[in-house]
Design a protein around this ligand. Structure first.
Ligand code: NAP
Length: 303
């Protein structure tokens, strides 16, 4: 019987593993695709305190190694179900079968929604980004597009308009879903161009993105040269495995607070898959530490 089973080996899950191991708990981390999580696809991370510039890959590798060195067992496997048992939880997986644990930490993350266009995946890291705070610096003085009409898109556009020459804000409707105050701030900026009632229908450039085709509601098309495109059309939380242990908000995120307690004793939810204001590396890691220490306290109380 394991003390802690962590599902997801991104910054939240690996930090949770580090803390649980250092507290002497027998810990297993199960990850279905990439140890280190989505950050490993970021060419350069410049907002991680105390490391002014580090590649996402190096950061992910270091996190993984640190968790392993602390004693965590890492499995590359896909979890298919988590069930409550008499003494804890049964975590079933595709390859490893069943794992038994006294506590479970879900750190399954959230994936940015895609536009659904041909070659979209190819351009990720080569012109397409999902995070202005992470990647905006690479487009300093350049021309970028932002797709979306929610608060994230409006905030990304504001952030980018401070560092880029021109920001094209592309939204499929006349009205923005995001706060009016953000739209007003954007409309006062001379380097922000609004493209309402427009969608991106094609991505161009080889190997890097150099432009997009905009398709307007009236059927007309426009070729828009761009150095980068920030897609901010929402996220899909990976909630399938934990939704029976907690309540979800309208977006499908675990509707729990900073304590990361799912509402079912022994179950914790950490990182981007829970409701939160700021989804950044450091906040995901903070959740990992919080969830792991909460699991340790729960285990210690059980004796
Ligand atoms: P969101 O509010 O769900 O907005 C997503 C936007 O993307 C919508 O405008 C939507 O268009 C558009 N969209 C969706 N699919 C699309 C597609 N396939 N092609 C083109 N456009 C598409 O997501 P969000 O902006 O990430 O915000 C998520 C939540 O976090 C919201 O509740 C938001 O208010 C909150 N948030 C708050 C803050 C804050 O400072 N308080 C900051 C960021 C986010 P439609 O409008 O046509 O549906």
């Amino acid at each position: 019987m394991l003390d802690v089973i962590i599902i997801g080996a991104g910054p939240a899950g690996l930090t949770a593993a580090l803390y649980a191991c250092r507290a002497g708990k027998k810990t297993l981390v199960i990850e279905r695709s990439t140890f280190g999580g989505q950050i490993v696809w970021s060419p350069k991370v410049e907002n991680y305190p105390a490391l002014p510039s580090v590649s996402g890959l190096e950061l992910g590798d270091n996190l993984t190694k640190q968790a392993q060195d602390a004693g965590a067992t890492l499995e590359l496997d896909e979890v298919t179900a988590v069930e409550k048992t008499e003494d804890g939880f049964r975590v079933s997986s595709v390859f490893g079968g069943d794992f038994e644990g006294r506590t479970v930490i879900f750190a399954t993350g959230a994936s940015p929604r895609r536009l659904g266009l041909a070659d979209e995946e190819k351009y990720i890291g080569a012109g397409i980004s999902f995070c202005a705070v992470c990647d905006g610096e690479f487009y300093r003085g350049k021309t970028v597009g932002v797709v979306g009409g929610g608060n994230t898109a409006l905030q990304e556009a504001l952030y980018l308009s401070d560092i880029c020459e021109t920001v094209h804000l592309i939204h499929r409707r006349e009205e923005f879903r995001g706060d009016a105050i953000l739209e007003t701030s954007l409309s006062r900026r001379s380097n922000v161009v609004f493209h309402k009632n427009a969608t991106v229908s094609r991505l161009t450039g080889d190997p890097n993105l150099t432009g997009v085709t905009l398709e307007k509601r009236d059927g007309t098309k426009e070729e828009l040269p761009l150095d980068g495109l920030f897609i901010a059309i929402g996220h899909n939380p990976e909630n399938a495995l934990f939704k029976s242990f907690t309540t979800l908000d309208l977006g499908g995120y675990a509707d729990i607070g900073e304590a990361c307690e799912a509402g079912t004793p022994g179950v914790y939810i950490a990182g981007d898959c829970r409701t939160k204001e700021v989804r950044q590396l450091v906040t995901a890691m903070a959740d990992g530490a919080t969830a792991a220490l909460a699991a340790c306290h729960y285990l210690d109380k059980q004796g």
